[in-house]
Ligand binder design. Structure first.
Ligand code: SAH
Ligand code: SF4
Ligand code: F3S
Length: 460
């Protein structure tokens, strides 16, 4: 069941936004560092939106900010180390700038004991908050400024849905829209269900209102977001219905992520053939190609079932681009299990895959499983997998040469500012010469060459 936070609570936060604006007697600047996935990126946009309502403007760097906010991730150990390393460095900055406000929120704060130990070890942090109460940030900020002492508020439980909060979007043409929050899957390696709570879906009308508002403001591409997006209101068919509504709302290109294979219903697969604006692209994490490991991971499908889904998707849309996540070195993974993963990777022909070495997360089942594979073996395995995927990606990229695709132009190419860049429907990034008034438009581009991860082309 999902509960929307009562309007009074949101109104209360809005009154705190006004109060913060009044209490700050000179202009203030903020800098947000976001770690982790798209869910955190979207939360940071709301936090930025609230800060701007409170009179803050974006700083060009941390050094120029009056308030620095870290939105943390804890999905793997290296994500946590990055967050901690960053926060420790801020201690030095605070010595130079004693009025600097340091705020730390996000998934890591929801882990057992983390907020308390952070408070103890790093008393220079001003605000610590979690994922379930980020909408209360204005009140926490007001309290921290007014009382001039650290504020810690991390809530247990599952979290309700906050509607009607402002947001600062990164792009005028592409936007993230949350459709659901949390996860019920409890994959044995994963900490997300513990730090993001149970699944809860936004009301259809709230999603459609947001989508329509974005379309009216000029947004052309929307990415529907959820940790397990295709279990929207309990399963793939409900999600397929929502997609139909979004397809009719005037959005030119729709994508969604992340999908769990177990909820990829036939109706949802059929959407790729019937919906006019749904991009032919899907991120469908497989995690492993070994049935034994998939079972230990609690993924609830087999390699064969996964490959059958891939086949079905391609029968509906032959040029669909499929990407994946794969974990190497799960506890007990044998050389044979790993060979199965390589084999699946060959057969699935992913356009790209994010590969990770298993990272034990306290409190998850997999962290308790005996793991005898030496680190060197895991490293060697992941390198082989990366090499294989590299070859598969190269083939996929090369297959685009000579064809023309509609590209939504995002801006100047980061590597070559004389070129523009944008994505094809399938999700490939293309660099091509063009003029600045193409930014934010769909342009037909003929692909002339393939690089390691991107394509090159020319406008036609
Ligand atoms: N909800 C999404 C994404 C979750 S996190 C999904 O179900 O796919 C993104 C990716 O991080 C996962 O797909 C998984 O491949 C990886 N991951 C999660 N926990 C991990 C862990 N403990 N060690 C290594 N990789 C992990
Ligand atoms: Fe984690 Fe699995 Fe949920 Fe994805 S589906 S967030 S991997 S528990
Ligand atoms: Fe990380 Fe939280 Fe996303 S743990 S991957 S930021 S949901």
């Amino acid at each position: 069941m999902s509960i929307t936070i009562p309007e009074q609570e949101i109104e209360l936060q809005k009154s705190y936004m006004d109060a913060v604006k009044r209490i700050n007697y000179r202009p203030q600047k903020y800098f947000i560092v976001t770690l982790g996935c798209q869910m955190n990126v979207r939360d940071s946009q709301t936090l930025a939106g609230m800060l701007e309502e409170m009179g803050y403007t974006q700083a060009e760097s941390k050094e120029k900010a009056d308030l620095i906010l870290y939105n943390t991730c804890c999905v793997r150990e290296n994500a946590e180390n990055r967050a901690l390393g960053n926060v420790i460095w801020l201690k030095e900055l605070k010595k130079l700038k004693p009025r600097l406000l340091i705020c730390v929120g996000g998934c890591m704060m929801q882990e057992d004991g983390v907020a308390e130990s952070l408070k103890r070890q790093y008393p220079f942090i001003d605000i610590i908050f979690g994922t379930f109460n980020y909408h209360r940030f204005p009140q926490l900020l007001y309290t921290a400024i007014k009382e001039q002492k650290p504020v810690v508020e991390v809530l247990d439980g599952c979290g309700d849905i906050a509607e009607g909060l402002p947001a600062v979007r990164a792009s005028k043409y592409m936007a993230f829209v949350n459709v659901m929050y949390g996860c019920n899957n409890f994959c044995s390696y994963c900490i997300v269900p513990y730090v993001r709570g149970r699944e809860r879906s936004r009301r259809r009308e709230d999603i459609l209102d947001e989508v329509k508002g974005l379309v009216d403001s000029g947004v052309k591409e929307i990415m529907l977001l959820g940790q397990n997006v295709n279990s929207y209101q309990g399963g793939g068919d409900e999600f397929a219905k929502l997609l139909r509504d979004v397809d009719e709302a005037g959005v030119e290109r729709i994508r969604f992520m992340t999908s769990h294979p177990k909820d990829l219903s036939d109706e949802l697969i059929a959407s790729f053939g019937t919906l006019k604006h749904l991009a032919g692209q899907l991120h469908l994490p497989v995690q492993s190609g070994s049935d034994r490991i998939l079972q230990l991971m609690n993924r609830r499908y087999t390699a064969e079932k996964y490959l059958r889904l891939v086949e079905k998707l391609r029968s509906v849309r032959c040029d669909i681009g499929i990407t994946s996540d794969i974990i190497v070195g799960f506890p007990g993974e044998t050389a044979d299990d790993f060979e199965d993963t390589l084999e699946l990777t060959r057969q699935a022909r992913f356009d790209a895959a994010f590969t990770f070495i298993f990272s034990p997360r306290a409190g998850t089942k997999a962290a308790e499983m005996p793991d005898e594979t030496p680190d060197e073996v895991k490293t060697e395995r992941i390198q082989r997998l990366i090499q294989l995927q590299h070859e598969m990606s190269a083939k996929a990229l090369e297959s685009q040469i000579g064809h023309s695709f509609r590209v939504l132009v995002e801006g100047l190419s980061p590597r070559d500012d004389k070129k523009l860049c944008g994505k094809t429907e399938r999700g490939f990034m293309v660099n091509f010469p063009g003029n600045n008034d193409m930014i934010g438009q769909f342009v037909d581009v003929r692909i002339t060459a393939a690089g390691t991860n991107t394509l090159r082309g020319e406008a036609v």
